[in-house]
Unconditional design. Structure first.
Ligand code: BEZ
Length: 212
């Protein structure tokens, strides 16, 4: 059955450019991003992996570990990483899973046969420290992902997780947020939102971003 938000991210053990990885153990108590690439030595993927490497500090400060996947074997990944480092002027600083038998790709439903029978689409999963899937996005092979958006969603997920707020459409860092509707106790509201809030409607309560 296809994976859904809230499901436990399937565990697996696989080879990678940084050795054998047992996924849940590798994640430890961090958040995780697992994202797939159609194949090694493809242009869009090369730019995406370079971008991800350059965002190392942005992922680290959000307590997020990043891991990529492509259906090619480890020796190919290692040669490709040299190209990525060279052309994107960076150093790949995260593992790339080798999935030549498509075992992990199938586990995560990353192969969409009507798009391509053998290569993965651009799937991306954000996984929380309890190993629950919190975001799934799917892009076609020809469209590189927007990593600013991925960081934005992680910020939103973490605001919900740690501060009981949700983020409105087009929200960006520093904008007001909305108090989750399940929070109704006036004492809890006072304690959680010392800067106060504006109730535009009983269900639409805006408050300054709590962690700024
Ligand atoms: C790629 O880089 O993976 C790619 C580029 C153009 C079309 C399809 C895939």
């Amino acid at each position: 059955m296809a994976l859904r938000l809230g499901d436990t991210a399937p565990d697996f053990t696989a080879d990678s450019s940084e050795g054998t990885i047992s996924f849940h153990e590798w994640l430890g108590d961090k958040w995780g991003v697992l994202f797939s690439h159609p194949a090694d030595f493809t242009p869009v993927c090369t730019t995406e992996l370079g971008l991800t490497a350059k965002l190392k500090d942005d992922f680290a400060k959000r307590n997020v570990k990043v891991i990529a996947l492509s259906v090619d074997p480890v020796d190919s990944h290692k040669r490709w990483i040299e190209d990525i480092n060279d052309t994107q002027k960076t150093r790949v600083n995260f593992p790339i899973i080798a999935d030549p038998d498509r075992r992990v790709s199938m586990l995560y439903d990353m192969i969409h046969p009507n798009a391509n029978a053998t290569q993965t689409v651009r799937s991306l999963f954000v996984i929380d420290p309890a190993k629950k899937i919190r975001l799934m996005i799917t892009y076609p092979a020809s469209t590189g992902r927007n990593f600013d958006e991925i960081l934005r969603v992680i910020d939103s997920l973490q605001l919900t997780e740690y501060h009981s707020v949700a983020t409105p459409g087009n929200w960006k860092q520093g904008d007001d947020v909305v108090i989750v509707p399940s929070l109704q106790d006036p004492e809890v509201l006072k304690q959680k939102f010392p800067k106060g809030y504006t109730a535009l409607r009983p269900y639409l309560r805006m408050t300054p971003q709590p962690n700024r």
